[in-house]
Design a binder for this molecule. Structure first.
Ligand code: MN
Length: 253
């Protein structure tokens, strides 16, 4: 090998490394940005600062006896609303970020100024999580899902009963406050996933379909420390039609 071909080879290696380093962040961006369309989260998608409490599709007492009216009202009017107020207060000082939707803020929270990032992740995350939680319940809920989502549940977990058992284990073994999710990945595989505090699956390659709030404020008045009893009652109000709708839009080509 002469010097000329040695230096040419060396230069090519350097160039390849440089290209790989340059491309890597874009690969990561593409990998983590799944489809989020207006229809997926109709209560959230268009909303920008100042955010407001989304309407509830049912009356507070409509989920009785499984979820009691008082818990639901306090949950929505105090916990959820306070998160939205705090998010608005944080955004008040950042006019350049006020045109962004909640999903845009959450998906790109890494790029936000330090003083705004934590508020978005905590209060914005809470706003997203609670919106999906309330929308995922219905007085006509319960039963089992149908169609493609049912097939995927069977494929991944063997049966709906096994899925429920695994979801319950995830919920009861979560230490402290958090959420249990049923998510879909890019390969159309379902996952049970847990997050603590107000984290969202936006940093993962997951699309959220169903979410359970296991913060004590979601069940303590009626169920006290019996989280499993709350969870078993919650299955009776899970709106599988809503999950199917999210699934259809997430997988729509
Ligand atoms: Mn909550």
């Amino acid at each position: 090998m002469n010097y000329r071909s040695f230096f040419l080879g060396f230069a090519c290696c350097i160039a390849l490394v440089a290209v790989a380093l340059k491309v890597k962040p874009y690969c990561r961006f593409i990998k983590t940005s799944y489809r989020v369309e207006k229809e997926n989260f109709p209560l959230l998608h268009d909303a920008i600062y100042p955010f407001s409490l989304p309407p509830l599709a049912y009356a507070y007492e409509a989920l009785e006896p499984h979820i009691d009216a008082r818990t639901l009202e306090i949950h929505r009017m105090q916990h959820h609303k306070t998160a939205i107020d705090n998010l608005n207060n944080a955004l008040k000082k950042f006019p350049t970020h006020q045109h962004k939707t909640l999903i845009q803020l959450l998906e790109n929270s890494n790029a936000l100024p330090d003083a705004l990032r934590d508020a978005v992740r905590t209060f914005g995350g809470s706003h997203f999580d609670h919106t999906l939680y309330f929308a995922g319940m219905s007085p006509q809920g319960g039963g089992e899902p149908a169609g493609a989502i049912a097939e995927l549940l069977h494929k991944k977990f063997g049966s709906f009963t096994t899925f429920k058992a695994k979801f319950e284990t995830a919920a009861t073994s979560l230490v402290g406050s958090g959420w249990v999710w049923l998510c879909l990945d890019k390969k159309n595989v379902l996952h049970i996933h847990t997050t603590i505090k107000y984290d969202t699956p936006f940093t993962l390659n997951y699309f959220p379909l169903l979410i359970l709030d296991v913060w004590e404020h979601a069940y303590y008045l009626k169920y006290q420390s019996k989280r499993l009893n709350y969870l078993q009652a919650w299955w009776n109000v899970v709106d599988w039609r809503h999950v199917e709708k999210l699934f259809t839009h997430a997988t729509h080509k």
